[in-house]
Design a protein. Structure first.
Length: 157
């Protein structure tokens, strides 16, 4: 009789397979939680840029409430990032139909005020926004639906 430890037909434990299965389980759990919050009447899932970037397929085209820092050079680039993962950014997309909305005008005014107070640091404002996370190839976008709150970067909520 062959012991289970020495059984040549026994499969070896493959750590990559285990890691892949755990990641799939977490992705499935994220989808269940997102769908559960939508079914419970919440229209947006709360997340940060780190979570969005780590699971882009899970959050792609999902309405998200995002707390992030908006940075801009006032020329071409306006992005959102999180201090927890500063190397990861998403382009901020404010649709033209929101150009005259009071919260968008307020965001632009606060960014200008931030830049004027410290030009070397650049324009940075902490925001809480609702919108849709989109992924196109390696690029990430956050399409704004509404801006819920705005404050100077570095202050607590």
């Amino acid at each position: 009789m062959v012991s289970p430890v020495n059984d040549p037909n026994r499969k070896r434990l493959d750590l990559r397979d285990v890691e892949r299965r755990v990641n799939l389980a977490f992705q499935a759990l994220s989808v269940v939680l997102a769908l559960g919050s939508i079914c419970a009447g919440q229209t947006a899932v709360q997340a940060n840029i780190c979570e969005l970037a780590s699971r882009p397929r899970t959050f792609s085209k999902v309405e998200v409430q995002l707390i992030a820092t908006v940075v801009t050079d006032f020329i071409e680039h306006t992005m959102v990032f999180d201090k927890g993962c500063p190397a990861i950014v998403a382009n901020l997309w404010i649709p033209h139909e929101l150009d005259n909305a009071s919260e968008v005008r307020q965001l632009r005014a606060e960014l200008r005020r931030s830049f004027d107070s410290n030009p070397r640091r650049g324009a940075r404002v902490d925001t809480k926004m609702t919108g849709t996370f989109l992924v196109e190839g390696k690029r990430r976008y956050f399409r704004v639906k509404s801006i819920d709150s705005i404050q100077m970067a570095g202050t607590d909520w």
